[in-house]
Design a binder for this molecule. Sequence first.
Ligand code: TXE
Length: 511
Amino acid sequence: MTSTPRSTAPPDAATPRSYHHLIAGRARPGEDQVIARRAPGTGAVVANVPVGTARDVAEAVAAARRALEAGTWSKAPGLDRSRLLNRLADLIDDHAAALAVLDSEEAGKPLRLAEGDIAGAAMLTRYAASLAADMHGTAYSDHGADFTGLVLREPVGVVGLVTPWNFPALILSQKLPFALAAGCCAVVKPSELTTGTAVRIAELTRDAGIPAGVVNVVTGDGRTGQALCEHPGVDMVSFTGSTATGRKVLEAAKGNLKKVSLELGGKAANIVFADADLEDAVEGVVFGSFFNNGECCVSQARLLIEDAVAEEFLSELTARTRALRVGQPLERGTDVGAMIHGRHLENVLSHIVSNHDLGATPIVGGSRLVRADLADGYYVEPTILDGVTPQMPAFRDEIFGPVLTVTRFRTVDEAVSLANDVEYGLANSVWSKNVDKVLTVARALQSGTVYVNTTIDGPPTMPFGGYKGSGVGREMGRAGFEEFTELKSVNIRTGRRAGTFAFGGAHVAVG
Ligand code: TXE
């Protein structure tokens, strides 16, 4: 282990933390430009984030390439990678309290949720460790006595991981340990808004004994991300963020035809049928729409409610929503924290106002939260907009704040077509006790995930990703691990070939 200084002062320090790049196991200060990050909850500067240049990116990619070629990680037995990933998970648990404070403060999310994210990061890392221990290809031994086919599974190579601000540690952990499990070496570019936990977790990989250069971090903004996605030494990019930036990533990756995995935006629906357990469904709708301040790609931002129970359901829902406590992210008891920054706050508010003008009715909330103890942060009242039609932008745009839209339906077909009538296809929820209906609807929904009688729920064994504008590829599950691998077919003919070749399966003789 090297004696490089820690990047993170105690999270409650009054002076801003100064981050650095981590390249080939060493802390590297930024060149010149630094972003001062203000905590969304208080407006105070809490961190200085160096903006990595194309040169920093090139050095990090070169370090990852050297580590890959050295083979101490990429060619190590999977059981060895598994052991060190398990050690990393233990270290994440050991540092959970400090990591949670970093994420809560920088992202503006309630501490309780940040603690859940860090526990999730450790769990994902342990699950990835189990996949490393069980990395394997396949063998074909039944294509005749003289043919053996080996399908080898190999690491894809150097991967660029670009992560967003809403779940800094959790989304990193949907990518990094899976890439490492496969034997890849990585360059991470965390969001400029929430850099702390990525730098800290990268340091923990070093403490766990993962060789220097296997995990590198270059901090910075979209320019740094763009340089990473364009770099010809990167074999694959895994990106989570907005659909607009995802398109730029695809464009940037085309130079050397990188493999690309994109986890993008969403506009999920909670579909509540009259035959659901309505008490459970109310809880699910409150959780699904206001979880993580609504700043969540799987946020169940649309409620589709069967007309017959709409009034009764909305009356319970409004009461539960009014009871949510908006507060400082670091305060225990806070249910909904602060929006990520001032521009985003304005954007969320303008969605509420413009859709109100188009005929939607705010039945709860609808404004910026004005309270003396929250005056310097970016807080929005949890809001429910009733009477939203598919023609309104609130029905289809990703607002990414604590804003739930309500649309009524009468038939199963209508519910499905409303749910599918958006550009996105990440996740939807169905609430009904009728198994026929649930399965019919689950099959008809155009989304990578369907929750049934629950929402934003499930273990890391389940693959996660989008249909339509919500992305390309899968994260988590064995499928998410396999994204970080390449297959190599080794076709072995034994004995005499007798002049024939089985191209495409048919025997062909030469001459
Ligand atoms: O995202 P960006 P932003 C949605 C959500 C939000 C909106 C904008 O609707 O309001 O996106 O958020 C890096 N090449 N989601 O602006 O720009 C950037 O530095 C390579 C949904 O923060 O997508 C950061 O590390 N990288 C989403 C990451 O991309 C670039 C989570 C995400 O930033 C880049 C976050 C470029 N040209 C926002 N430009 C989800 N799926 O959960 C920026 N980046």
